[in-house]
Design a protein around this ligand. Structure first.
Ligand code: DMJ
Length: 628
């Protein structure tokens, strides 16, 4: 009788486990209200652009396929686990590199796949994201004791999830973004003695547990009673709950030891301005969506800290000691590498924040001051040569990263942030837009003069020599073309974007993805790297340039520095109807269920052991009887 009971309990426990695992992997049905971006429709006037859109769509599919195929080939290798996808594709060797340990391309690609209308690829990616989230209570990527780069994790993983949530309306993506952002707050943010987060740290598992509590897409009220299905999921995951619990403690302990060790060696104490201060957009959006102030507060604290410590009303120091909270003496003030997204976010946070948010003007004023000081009044960061204006890091040092500046200027101008500011006099006759156009032409010039039609990474403009001749599939120039096309409506920007796309197709496309170039004048100089921002940013901006204007309109969306579109304000007002915010944000831990299901699971294990031992002994006894 006991054997029968053991079998029954084991059967029930295993069925619950299987059902639960399957249930968690299921994609939620796409509730019509939850889809904030409708499938693309080309009006007849735009029909000639449809072919271009489809060409970029095919490129996105090709790049994604290269990444996905590589993952299936390597998932059993030692370098990756099943739940950890590599960060970047190495398209020539069909391997992957894991510089961030956060499956960067997977997260960066989500919203691009969605916007391209590649539904099967999007579902694959989403399934993979949900699957990997099952094996980790900390990061949406694999459970990991490895330290990660705080800034990169935020813009690629948190931003990627938020962008995908914003366009698809899938609440599971918001739940994962909450978990990822909390892992940052409780990891690198909490481990720092100042408000500036540590640049490199072990992520901390949030102190709550969200696996089984995503809230189904059918829940509509704040206090939804969990469905039977949800309870079953919860029970089924109880075994994983224990190992996750142990994992969480270990991870926290390791995080602590790691920072103590690094402190003893005096390492990881410095970070760039962009690295310490580019959280405001993703965090503001999270607070707006969830009404929890903890994300916004952390980002605002950084903003007010760096502005107060810099004692400046425009450009700030570009290097910071996160342990003391002070700027590094003598560090340069530039819009380029290490500072770019901090300045970009001044404008974009102001555009995202509610109009009546009292802090909005502080961000906007600093943006206007920076534009005035660095670009308009004394043109310190603009270099004139060959009949063009080039954006520079100072004197004649051009860097591809700076080609985001024309877009940043055109966006500010089109949203009217200069009107009524103290520097309106500088914008007479549209000076800001004129400068944006001229700088875009400067960037275009660096592309147009090469054999591949692709622009080099860095140039000394005065001597007209590349200091780094590589093209690393970067997005900044096409990003500006997209913004300029959308804000001015001038077709020449769309044509430039088409030229860039054709060059990428001709010179960077390889059998298994797209490869960077070592030398823009040598079409055969392929490098074995396809960075995650290629699908996340470069191809997305190109795609949207050939889409109708109301598709992800700049009036409704703000793009993060990694090109993840965040829906502005209350415009997604039908989203809260799709899920339960409070359950996502503060998931209740149903202790009784967890304890109860663990007792059942434990009992099942004991019965199993007992059953097998008993059966074996019985059959041995029977054999012995036969022999006798
Ligand atoms: C992207 O990862 C982000 O845009 C970042 O802010 C700086 N530039 C790279 C791509 O070039």
């Amino acid at each position: 009788m006991i054997t029968g009971l053991g079998r029954l309990v084991t059967f029930i426990a295993l069925s619950i486990l299987l059902v639960a695992v399957d249930g968690t992997l299921d994609l939620p049905p796409r509730h019509p209200n939850c889809r904030s971006i409708q499938p693309i429709q080309f009006p007849s006037a735009d029909f000639d652009q449809k072919d271009r859109f489809l060409a970029v769509q095919a490129a996105i599919h090709h790049a994604w396929k290269g990444y996905k195929d590589m993952q299936s080939r390597t998932q059993n290798s030692f370098s990756t686990t099943k739940s950890e996808w590599p960060d970047d594709l190495m398209p020539l060797s069909q391997r992957g590199n894991t510089w961030l340990h956060a499956s960067a391309t997977l997260y960066d690609s989500l919203d691009t796949l969605y916007l391209a209308g590649l539904d099967n690829d999007f579902d694959d990616a989403l399934n993979m994201v949900l699957r990997s989230s099952m094996t980790s209570s900390t990061t949406p990527a694999a459970f990991s004791l490895r330290p990660t780069k705080t800034f990169e994790y935020s813009i690629r993983v948190v931003g990627g999830l938020l962008g995908a949530y914003s366009v698809s309306g899938n609440p599971k993506l918001l739940a994962l973004a909450i978990r990822a952002a909390d892992a940052l707050l409780e990891g690198p943010f909490a481990a720092s003695p100042t408000v500036l987060p540590r640049p490199f740290a072990v992520l901390a598992p949030p102190s709550y547990y969200t696996h089984f509590w995503y809230g189904s897409s059918s829940s509509t009220t704040a206090n939804t009673v969990p469905s039977r299905w949800e309870i079953m999921r919860c029970c089924g995951l109880s075994i994983s709950f224990w190992w996750q619990g142990i994992g969480r403690i270990l991870q926290r302990l390791w995080g602590l030891l790691y920072s103590i060790g690094r402190d003893a060696m005096g390492e990881h104490h410095y970070n760039s301005l962009a690295g310490v201060g580019s959280f405001a957009l993703e965090f503001e959006f999270l607070s707006m969506q969830t009404t929890a102030p903890r994300y916004r507060d952390a980002a605002n604290a950084i903003f007010y800290h760096v502005t107060a410590k810099s004692k400046a009303t425009s450009m700030l120091s570009s290097n910071w000691n996160v342990m003391t909270g002070s700027p590094t003496f003598g560090s340069s003030r530039t819009l380029g590498s290490g500072s770019d997204s901090f300045y970009e976010y001044l404008l974009k946070v102001a555009l995202l924040k509610d109009k009546d948010d009292p802090l909005r003007n502080d961000y906007m004023d600093l943006y206007v001051n920076v534009v005035d000081e660095a670009l308009l009044s004394n043109r310190r960061l603009v270099f004139e040569a060959h009949g063009h204006d080039y954006p520079t890091e100072g004197y004649d040092r051009y860097h591809h990263l700076l080609c985001f500046v024309p877009g940043m200027l055109a966006l500010g101008e089109s949203q009217g942030v200069f009107a009524g500011s103290a520097y309106t006099h500088n914008d007479e006759n549209g000076a800001v837009l004129t400068l944006a156009r001229n700088l875009a032409d400067g960037c275009y010039d660096t592309y147009a003069r090469t054999e591949t039609g692709l622009g080099p990474e860095a140039i000394s403009i005065a001597t007209d020599r590349s200091t780094d001749a590589g093209y690393y599939l970067r997005p900044e120039f096409v990003e500006s073309l997209f913004v300029l096309y959308r804000t001015t409506g001038e077709v020449r920007y769309r044509e430039m974007a088409w030229q860039v796309f054709q060059s990428i197709e001709k010179h960077c496309k390889v059998d298994h993805g797209y490869a960077s170039l070592k030398d823009v004048n040598d079409p055969s100089s392929h490098l074995d790297d396809m960075p995650s921002f290629f699908i996340g940013e470069t191809l997305k901006y190109l795609l949207l340039t050939f889409a109708p204007e109301d598709y992800v309109s700049l009036d409704d969306f703000v793009f993060t520095t990694e090109a993840h579109p965040l829906h502005k304000g209350a415009a997604i007002d039908d989203l809260p109807a799709c899920y339960d915010l409070q359950l996502l944000l503060n998931p209740p831990i149903p202790i009784l269920l967890v304890v109860g299901s663990n007792i059942v699971a434990l009992f099942a294990c004991v019965c199993c052991l007992w059953f097998f031992a008993f059966k074996k002994r019985n059959s041995r006894d029977k054999n012995r009887v036969k022999l006798l």
